[in-house]
Structure formats: C-alpha cells, structure tokens
Design a protein around this ligand. Sequence first.
Ligand code: GAL
Length: 663
Amino acid sequence: MQDTSSTPRRLHIGAAYYPEHWSEEDWAEDIRLMRAAGFTVVRLAEFAWSSMEPAEGQFNFDWLERAIAQLSEAEILTVLGTPTAAPPAWLTQTYPQTLATDENGRRLQHGNRCHYCVNSPTYHAAARRIAGAMAERFGKNPDVIGWQIDNEFWRPCYCEICQVEFHRFLQSRYGDLETLNRRWSTAYWSQTYFNWEQIPVPRGNHNPGLMLEHKRFITHSYTHFQKTQIDAIRPHLAPGIWITHNFMGWFDGFDHYDLSQELDIASWDWYVGMGRNDYAISGAMHAIVRGYKNRNFWVMETQPNQVNWASINNSLEPGETRALAWHAVGHGADAWLYWQWRSAYSGQEQYHGTLVDQSGQPRPFYSDVKALGADFAKCSPVLIDTVPAAQAALLYSFDSRWAIQNQRHHRDFDYVKHFVHYYRPLAIRNISAAVISPDAPLDGYKLVVAPALNVLTEPQANALSEFARAGGHLVLTLRTGMKDDANALLPMRQPGWLREAAGAEVEDYYALLEPVAVQAEGWDGRAQIWGERLKVLDSENTHVVARYGAGHGWLAGQAAITVHNYGAGKVYFVGAYLDDAAQDALCVTILREAGIHPVLETPAGVEACLRVGADGHEVFILINHGNASQTVWLPWQACNHLNGQIVTHLALEPYGAAVLTLV
Ligand code: GAL
C-alpha cells in the first residue's frame, strides 16, 4: 500500500532560517550552533523575494548561494522555498491588480503576506519568473535537496478576474446552464441562471451546489497556481530532487488531495498553539497528511517552545519536543524542522519561539533540540525506508466536510470532531490506522471506517461495497450517503448507493436537544447531537446491535446501530452519535471482530507506532506523552536504538521515547 519512492535517505532535523535578516558576519555563529545541535537541513528563502529580486527582472542570488555553501560546509542541506507568499512592494505598486480582493470587495494592502490574487495572470507571470530563475540557479546545486512552493496557501480572492475564472470553471464542470440549473435545483427561490455571469461568487451562505463548487474552484485556482511554479522549476532540477508544499493542519480551504497530486511529497506545519497536545488529534492530522500522497511526509515547521499567535502562547514543557518529534516520526514523518531558528529584531513575529534569541545566544529550549538531533542521528539508519504499517483506514473527505460544515443542522455537529471520535479509540489502543481519500484504493486493509461520508459518488460506493463483499469490515456512520457530488440530496434514502451493502436505510434523522439512551448487548450509552432511525432492509442477514431507549418520540425502540453480513465481510451502520464510553465499547467490538490487534500493549498515555521496511524489518517507536515516568513491559527482547541497550522492559521518562527493533 505504501510508496517509498520519495522517502529521504535519512531522518532530517533543522529549522527555517532567514539569512537575509542578518549581516553575513552573523551567519558563521548561527551555523556553528546549528551544527552543534545536529542539524541536517534548513529551509531558506520562502519569504525572501525582495532580497532575491529587488527590482523587476533584476536577480540577486549571490547571498543565497553563499548561505547555502556555508551551510553545506557544516553538512547542512537546504530546502528552498519559492517566495510567492510575500510579493515585494515594487510588484504590488506597479501591478496593483495582483493584490487580492477580500469578501467585502476591498483590495488588500501591501505589508503583510499572502496578499496576492491567486488567479492574476500578472502574478502568475511574476511567480513563474522568480521560481524559474531560482531553479535555474539552484536546481542542480547538490546541496539543495528539495523545493517548497509558496508557503501555506489559503487566501480566496473575490476580484473580477476571479469571478470570470469561477464562471469558466463552472462551465467546464457542467457544460451547459440547463445541467447546472437542474443539478442545483435553482428553481428553488427563483435562482435560475440564464447566463453564466449571473452566478454569484458566494459571500456567506448560498445554494449548497454553489457553495461546494466555490470550494472546488479555490482548489482549482491553487492547483493551477502551484502548477505554474512547478512547471517553471521542474525542468531545472537534478533527478531525485523533490517538490512539496507546506499545508496547515485542519485547514479546509481547498481539497488537499488535489493539491498534492503534482507534489512529490506532502509536508505540513504542526503547531500545538495554546494548551497541551492531544495525541489522538495530532496523530489523526499526521495520518491525514501521510494519506495525501500515501507516502512519508515532512513536518516542515513546528514550534520551538511557543508560538505568538494563540490567545495564550504557553510553552512546551522541558523534554516535550522529543515526544512530539517521535510521535510525528511514528506516524511517517521523515523530517522535523522548527520555525524559526532566530528571532528577527523586528517584523510581525517578534514574540514567537526560536532556538536562538535576537542576541544570537541559544535559548534554554535549544538544549532539548540538541539532544533530539543526537537521537535522530542514532536512529536514522534503522528508520531509513520504513513506512507506517496500517491495518485500518479512515476516509477523510473534503467534499463531505464542506457539505456538513455549511449545513451543520446541529450547532455542535463538527465534521472534524466526529472524525476524531472514530480515530481516538484506535489511537489510544495503538491500532495503526491510515487516513485516506474516499477515492483511494482500499485493498490491504481489514477495516475501513467512513465517518460522515455525506457526499458519496457511485464509484466510491461501489469500491466500499466491493471491499466488504470481499471480506473487509466496513463501518458507515451517520450522515453518510446523503448527497451527490453537486451537493444535492440523492434520490434515495441514506446511505444512498450503499443501501444494499448496509442492509439498512435511514428513515429519518434527528438533531438532538437532549441525549437519548442507546442500549446494546454488553453496553448502555447515550446518543448525543445526532440520531438516525434505521430500518433493516435485509432482515435475514442483518443484526440490530443497538436500539434507542425511551425519551425521544421518533427514536424510542428503533434500531440505532446495525451490522449486515455482506458477502464475506460485514457492514456496520452506526446511526447514533455515541457518548465517548459507548463509542469506545462499540469500537472494541468492531476491532475484535475485524481481527485487528494493537502494535503493542502500553500503559495509558504511552503510544506505540510501527514502521516497517520494504524487507519487512519492524521498528517500534514508543512515546510517553505525559509528564510522569512510565514503565512498559515488552513481549519480546529489543534493542533500544536511543541508548543501545537490550531490554525487555523500559522506564520511559516524562515525554521520553524509545526506538526498538527485535533482537
Ligand atoms: C506558519 C508560517 C510561518 C510562521 C509560523 C508562526 O503558519 O508558515 O511562516 O509564521 O506560522 O507560527
């Protein structure tokens, strides 16, 4: 299932570094400290447009070449970012139409970042020129191992160019207006469109079809903008040099599967922000990013102790960055980079955590990173070319997320929370789970969970049905199979094209004011937020796992959860949004029946992940996510590569980790 073709040959550790903020005399000491911390990589230049092209068409890359060379002398490699998130002032002044327009029709000002219009042809030309010039100069530089396009794409633009492009986009998707009007039911509220120009770019809530297509249009816009730069860079790159983009956690402004298609690897920027890390949530996020390419990924940015943008910018605890780093590696990260190395004297992010302060001296946090650098060096050889193993997969769908978020129906219904409600019981039991697109192949998994797969296409339903028929365990949950890909209701009851596989359908759905009792064999629980009344269609092969108790007139006594023996497999249909304890009990039953076992049994708060090499060699990564010591007993003898000891049990210090192979 896993593709290792772009997996780097070592585990990397490093930071974002901005040599352009400093005089060249300062670089040597910065680089000495990086080397002492065990750095193997830095990311450079992703906001350095004004330093690289100070006037239109006049390039100055000499300083960058000198920085790359000095880093290389310290055995530190470079990832180069294209600087298009930060257009220079000469560009926005000469071409004001390249500035984005916000939802209220206001052109943005110069002086922050991401203030460009993603569809501006003038901006595309400027982006192509700087990206191409960078690649011409550095594409074959042996110290430059990868490229990042732009930085954290996000901004939708509402200018006239974008409106025209939106209409073109709709035309290419629907062909003619008659089809669009029919699929969006535009006779409703007299929305019928007689020409394409009449279709609004949605501000606020609108027709569900229009809302969904606008998200797809933003996806299309960024995919196109990114491709413009990839095409300018790729021809200049030496073989094996990869291209990525750094995505943001749960951000849902566009479909990340589509954007990842043209990339060689996915990467993301992981910040805990305020509070403490919840490893079930961050584990889900890592797994989602791994699923973009079904490949190992990079954590391109992470916090050196604290951020500057949360409402309380609390720091990590001493040692905690080690737990966060190994957690990421356990889930398939091959690199771990802090943002940023050193605090600039000014600029918008003065209070952000760094490894080295503005005086050039290491902060206390630096010593944690130095220890981690040494640990990465020790474990790199054993982790090369390994990828996380997964017995289960969860489907994560941008279409479904958008469709639900626009019509939550219950204010507390949140697609992401519902998704994590299914991921958490697996995460806390050390069940290795992949997160994949609903269009990804399903072979190789024993269990597939489709949380709230609201927008469902016929091919997706066929693949899911086939997976179960062939012996897989499939879990369908509430709100699944309700909409088609134009966000219209399917002409049959939920779960739509999956009714036959489910052996049951939804008679009606209810947003719940009060929790409703749910009774199963072996556990009692409550449905909260949402309850669906299930009707069994194939009574011979369908078992009612749980029923609603008294309290809600329409649900009382009705089926809440069913399981259908379908072909050689089973299809669960969970119509109730269960409380945490009941959800856990249900998941335990499903895991048992699907024959899924944990990577390792560990005490609560200690996570165990497994990475496997192409030759089958297994590497277990254990992480203590808590601030108290924990003892873990192993079922076998192992070598802990962090200290070379042969062990049958481990005493993990607070936020401690172990990297084990069997002996
Ligand atoms: C990221 C961004 C970085 C930096 C960081 C601060 O979103 O990519 O450039 O601003 O946040 O946490």
